[in-house]
Design a protein around this ligand. Sequence first.
Ligand code: PGA
Length: 250
Amino acid sequence: MRKNIVAGNWKMNKTLQEGIELASEVKNMLTQTPECEVVLGVPFIHLAAIAALVKDSPIKVSAENCADEEQGAYTGEVSAAMVRSTGAEYVILGHSERRAYYHETCEILKKKTLLALKNNLKPIFCIGEVKQEREAGKQNEVVKEQLEGSLFNLLPEQFSNIVLAYEPVWAIGTGLTATPEQAQEMHAYIRSLIAAKYGQEIADNTSILYGGSCNAQNAASLFANPDVDGGLIGGAALKATDFKAIIDAR
Ligand code: PGA
């Protein structure tokens, strides 16, 4: 059966020293093995130090991005192989901030996904509609296009390594959370698309996380839904006590 996962996405926050401190705090708070997988999504420069720090703990480490080329003359880029070599096991791909500010298209994300999988990284692949699309009732269409455009080319055994994160863009960093009903409805729809493409077993084994202003107060009601398998947490992952409360809500 699928895993429950609570993953933090630190975005462009925390110096190396602050990041090590935060990761240590989270690690020290997990005195009992959590009931879900705990992942810290951290900036590239933090990866190696934090992966070493959490090595003998239940915490896994994720990058927030990787390059769409394998290696070579791509100044400033970080490849999937480099990410994996730090000890990281996950990579967040397709975040709406990457799509909006860095013009990452479905085609680019398809390449990144293949490179991540080739290098034994599990993508946490983000999908979700913007506000105007939700208001126009187009959310299902948008999410379907995102899945078809970047992931549905994968073979079943490749797709089995994908974690999805439904992140309605209007809820990210805004304090506006999807209601538990909206989240459940979309997660069930996403699972039905996976079932239609890859069969019910793979669909049932795919973890689908919710992201977008998920916090210590609303996490339990979101996670109570049968198709919500945890969360991708931005702002609330920057404080160890808040992040721990979200882990406990799962
Ligand atoms: P937020 O961000 O929790 O701050 O809304 C979530 C995300 O962008 O992954």
